[in-house]
Design a protein around this ligand. Structure first.
Ligand code: SPQ
Length: 429
């Protein structure tokens, strides 16, 4: 589907409540299923990815009721999960794939995990290799690198695992396997990655120890059903934070946004770039939450790299767009993981933004963006990647011309209401 956007002299005003956090929504279903008793989730993201997670757990015999504003999971514990009668289809969701493999690794039945064409290109050996080392029987294309992946779980042994890359999905998969192993599993992260899995273990009555970047998890823990409140997704808010910062005369309030310190790199970047951002922190619950007020201002180029990268990895496409409007050259380094996301996000960002007039170049592990550059209309493509689609929609606000976006429907993976939210804050209807 091609979507045409045209905003003449837009000014963004108003308030938006972005949808629930995708990472937390996935984990709420998983922990709800693995706990005993009822879990009620509010603020759940009903995007395609999280709905895939629901479908997979229903296929393993878990009753999950979808109500208007809440999801109720009737948890069965690890041992209560049943062998699925059909393949487990994760759709476009890397998080579902990798975390699910960690859960399946310890379950005494056979299952096959498949996904869409994008999932079939995403590397899985990072997860399947250590899970095999722990005792799971796993196979897949290219020795377990790509889906379809078949798995017969088994008795797991704990390992001490030094993660070869900073990935919350890899860490979480090993945590789920560690919860089923006999004894203590240790995981050492090269950089701190999002810690929603660890927070949820504690929220569901379990324990996990952290000393610096070293995590220790005991096998055999039992979880009890809980109430989970999912905060707004900072990765979705990022599109409006960038739009509010870059579109002249704008003033936007984003309410109830999750500001977990392992996810808030976008806030640091905005502040360093000179954005006019005010943070009103709310009372801290299982996850910290804030209201964010953004006003437009002149932005300056910055260097982004090192330990901040895992805190803003999914925001790099929209940060790159923001950098096209900043004074000077912005450099993004240490972001080679972008090459194995829903698309190669380095190529996608550089090539699609160039079509709109950006002065941007790809580097080995990131990109360089020279600003400020006037953007113009044109025909671009999301390449089937939700974050590229939404970044290009925000870019259209800066062109004053028509921008046609191919495969725009990909945005439903994480933000089905994105367009209607964009329209409510623009003044050209
Ligand atoms: O689920 P998926 O497709 O991997 O989603 C993405 C995204 O942009 O929404 C990445 F493409 O987010 C990942 C994120 O990049 C979600 C995630 C998580 O919930 O644990 C962790 C990050 O991935 P990784 O590979 O660094 O662990």
């Amino acid at each position: 589907m091609i979507h045409s956007l045209f905003f003449q002299n837009p000014v963004l005003k108003g308030s938006i409540k972005v949808p629930g956090d995708k990472s937390i929504s996935h984990r709420s279903i998983m922990f709800g299923a693995l706990a005993h008793g009822k879990t009620t989730v509010t603020g759940f993201l009903k995007g395609d990815d999280c709905l895939s997670t629901i479908k997979c757990f229903r296929s393993m015999g878990v009753q999950i009721d979808e109500k208007d504003d809440e999801i109720v999971i009737h948890g069965v514990g690890f041992q209560g999960l049943e062998e699925p009668k059909d393949v487990l289809d994760v759709g476009n969701s890397g998080t579902t794939t990798r975390l699910l493999l960690g859960i399946l690794a310890g379950l005494p039945f056979h299952s096959v995990v498949i996904g869409d064409d994008s999932i079939a290109t995403r590397p899985m050996r990072r997860v399947t290799d250590p899970l095999k080392q722990m005792g799971a029987n796993i196979d897949g294309r290219e020795n377990g690198q790509y889906t379809p992946i078949s798995i017969r779980g088994g008795k797991l042994s704990p390992i001490e695992f030094v993660m070869p890359l900073a990935s919350a999905q890899l860490k979480s998969a090993i945590i789920f396997a560690g919860l089923q192993a006999e004894g203590a599993t240790t995981i050492i992260e090269p950089e701190k990655t999002r810690d929603h899995t660890e927070r949820m273990i504690k929220h569901f009555g379990g324990s996990i120890k952290r000393e610096h970047n070293r995590l220790t998890i005991e096998g055999g823990q039992q979880f009890k059903g809980q109430t989970v409140q999912v905060p707004g997704d900072i990765s979705s808010a990022a599109f409006f934070l960038a739009a509010g910062a870059a579109v002249k005369g704008s003033e936007l309030m984003l309410t109830d946004v999750g500001v977990n310190p392992t996810r808030d790199g976008m806030i640091d970047v905005l502040i360093k770039m000179g954005a006019d951002l005010t943070i009103h922190t709310e009372e801290e619950k299982a996850e910290p939450v804030a209201n964010l007020l953004i006003k437009s201002s002149q932005l300056k180029a910055i260097d982004i790299g090192g330990s901040i990268i895992p805190k803003l990895i999914d925001e790099i496409p929209i940060i790159a767009l923001l950098a096209t409007q900043a004074n000077g050259t912005t450099t993004i380094r240490n972001a080679e993981e972008l090459k194995v996301k829903e698309t190669n996000r380095i190529d996608a960002v550089v090539q699609e933004l160039k079509k709109l007039g950006a002065d941007i170049e790809a580097t080995e592990d990131g990109m360089k963006i020279h600003g400020p550059a006037p953007l113009h209309g044109g025909r671009v493509s999301s390449r089937g990647d939700h974050r590229i689609g939404m970044m290009l929609a925000v870019a259209s606000l800066l062109t004053g011309e028509e921008v046609q976006i191919e495969n725009f429907e990909a945005i439903s993976v994480s933000y089905p209401d994105f367009l209607s939210h964009l329209e409510t804050i623009t003044n050209n209807q």
